[in-house]
Design a protein around this ligand. Structure first.
Ligand SMILES: [Zn+2]
Length: 185
């Protein structure tokens, strides 16, 4: 008989804008947006209680509500209606110089902000939140549904997937357990 394991899956919808400037597609270089869904699957982390049976009273071994609340606050306040730009995109400089009050909703990515990259960056951010909450939970997977027919799903450690940057990993926004979506310059 195999042991049971709980997984918690939750989904949040958000709107976003971006553009891809590396030259792959002329259409994608024009700023445009998508209505996306991010779905995360959490499993017990390194410090989860070893007890496997619900206690018959609270019947809750894992702090799912806390994890979900922190995550959805970040998605609602920083990713919903965000504009996602490569750190090489001159539009970023334009916002810095002309509308710095809107930088909170700018997500800055190492290279083009593709759905693949955003899935990895968001999964790293989720790991940082969960680590700060005591490592009782960890992400098993994260997926972004970009269109009804196109989903990117990432498993495992996103650190192996994210492009290398000049900055040490600990300084990158996606590894910090705060609401940042870009690094101070
Ligand atoms: Zn797009």
């Amino acid at each position: 008989m195999t042991a049971s394991q709980t997984e918690l899956v939750f989904t949040r919808r958000f709107c976003m804008g971006h553009r891809l400037i590396s030259g792959c597609s002329e259409r994608c270089a024009i700023p445009h947006g998508h209505n996306e869904y991010v779905t995360v699957t959490l499993i017990p982390g390194p410090t989860a209680p070893k007890q496997k049976r619900l206690d018959g009273h609270s019947n809750m071994l894992l702090p799912f509500a806390e994890a979900k609340g922190r995550w959805h606050r970040f998605i609602d306040e920083r990713i919903d209606h965000s504009f996602q730009l490569s750190e090489a995109d001159p539009l970023l400089t334009w916002f810095e110089q002309n509308e710095p009050q809107r930088l909170e909703r700018i997500v800055v990515t190492p290279g083009d902000p593709t759905t693949e990259l955003m899935a990895a960056l968001l999964m790293a951010k989720l790991r940082a939140f969960l680590k700060e909450q005591g490592d009782i939970l960890m992400p098993r997977s994260l997926e972004i549904k970009e269109t009804p027919t196109n989903t990117v799903r990432l498993h495992g450690d996103p650190a192996h997937y994210i492009p290398l940057t000049q900055r040490p990993a600990a300084q990158c926004w996606w590894n910090r357990a705060d609401d940042s979506t870009r690094d101070a310059v």
